[in-house]
Design a binder for this molecule. Structure first.
Ligand SMILES: CC(C)=CCC/C(C)=C(\C)COP(=O)(O)OP(=O)(O)O
Length: 418
């Protein structure tokens, strides 16, 4: 196992597929093992020092244990002496000759039968609400229930997993039918108005008497609206008000990102890399990841969840993991779709293979920064916060496994991901 920040140079350059499937250098799936100290002091303090070196965390220095309370951490600026709260700004071109390994764990739990049961119930629900019409076989092959089983090892209750799966599938279906897939009806010219109406379902709009009937009709006749409404009703059985509120907030952010993407399509514009990264930050894996505590059956307080340092760390994990999605799906997306390797190749004028390497490095920088920040925050936060970061890490590992096995990103004889 390579430690955080290590980059291994191995033989001839590998394809994206082999970089993604090579688990030899993967860190442990259990965050507490990764952060574990062993020198007699609290593990998290030892790990804070351990993770104070290496690419992505080079600016971290801990002259003494960070005897601080989470409440004392200044938003955006580290109050731990010598700790930068900003990623190191590692230059992509620095190690052009090094072959980067993907710094991401594997799954903490894989229970295929449980995943299959969630998928069975999911397809039943999808048929009832009317999403993926005529494509339920494909929906089953995508294995979104398996994704959620892999990503939430904290529970083996199929109903809890199903609630989260319905939400992620409502998101994916919106992405497919409203944003990405022209042959499924996506049209950038109407993305804004379609999403705005959907948003009025995700965060219910209380219209006045004269107009409420029309919104109600949309809520019950538009399959994506029905999907979100019923998914969130199910989710509400397992969330506190603040957990549901943060989910709705994250959905609003996702809707902003989808509008930005439609703007690029409408205007025939490929964004510069930094703008693409801003979009992928808004269009990250946070909507499903934000449920890790709710699905596992505990509650991270709003005070800790919304602390800017916690939000920043959690966000880096969600941003990194969606770049993993780009690495897997790039080969299955239409020529007009956007993904980080494609945007990098265009801006830097490099080969696709080099763009893959640069994408892996950006992914790794975010992951290293996440681990370094999680180590600090675990040392000063509550047990629930430590659990939340461990569950976030487990989510990343489950997601890695799903991406490399789902039918959505596997080429069969005659098909792509459609
Ligand atoms: C569907 C979902 C989990 C919403 C948040 C982020 C998101 C839209 C994705 C991860 C899907 O991204 P993308 O459109 O690149 O996915 P595909 O490659 O089309 O599966």
């Amino acid at each position: 196992m390579s430690g955080i920040g290590e980059q291994t140079t191995i033989g001839p350059r590998r394809s994206a597929v082999s970089v993604l499937s090579d688990m030899a250098g993967a860190p442990p799936a259990d965050l507490t093992r990764l952060l574990g100290g062993g020198s007699g002091e609290p593990a998290s303090l030892a790990s804070v020092r351990r993770f104070a070196t290496g690419p992505g965390t080079a600016a971290l220095r801990f002259p003494r244990p960070p005897a601080v309370d989470l409440a004392d951490l200044v938003p955006g600026v580290s109050s731990v002496p010598g700790v930068s709260s900003v990623p190191s700004g590692h230059d992509d071109d620095e190690d052009d000759d090094a072959e980067p390994e993907l710094f991401c764990p594997g799954p903490l739990r894989d229970d295929p039968a449980l995943g299959a049961e969630v998928d069975r119930r999911l397809v039943e629900w999808a048929e009832q609400v009317g999403i993926y019409p005529g494509r339920l076989d494909k929906l089953a092959r995508y294995g979104f229930g398996r994704l959620i089983m892999l990503a939430h090892p904290g529970t083996d209750d199929p109903d809890r997993l199903l609630a989260a799966t319905k939400c992620v599938v409502a998101e994916w279906a919106t992405d497919d039918y409203f944003v990405d897939e022209v042959e499924l009806g996506a049209d950038p010219r109407v993305v804004g108005s379609r999403l705005a109406k959907l948003h009025a379902v995700v965060d219910p709009a209380p219209l006045t008497k004269r107009y409420v009937r029309q919104l109600d009709e949309f809520r019950t006749t538009e399959p994506l609206a029905t999907a979100f409404r019923t998914a969130m009703e199910h989710l509400a059985q397992y969330t506190t008000a603040s957990q549901m509120g943060r989910f709705q907030h994250q959905m609003s952010i996702l809707f902003v990102a989808w509008n930005q993407e439609a703007d690029w399509h409408s205007n025939g514009r490929t964004p510069p890399v930094w703008e693409y990264l801003v979009q992928r930050h808004l269009n990250s894996y946070l909507p499903p990841m934000i449920l890790v505590d709710a699905v596992a059956g505990y509650h991270l307080s709003a005070e800790e969840f919304y602390h800017p340092r916690v939000r920043r760390a959690f966000t880096m994990a969600g941003d990194a993991n969606v770049l993993l999605n780009d690495l897997h799906s790039a080969a299955f997306e239409s020529e007009t779709d956007f993904n980080l390797p494609r945007v990098i190749a265009r801006e830097d004028g490099c080969s696709h293979e080099e763009a893959i390497r640069r994408t892996v490095r950006i992914h790794n920088e975010l992951m290293h920064a996440f681990v370094a920040e999680a180590a600090v925050l675990c040392a000063v936060g509550s047990p629930a916060l430590r659990r939340f970061f461990a569950d976030t890490w487990a989510w990343l590992g489950g997601s890695r496994e799903w991406h490399s096995t789902t039918g959505r990103y596997q080429r069969t004889d005659s098909s792509t991901s459609d």
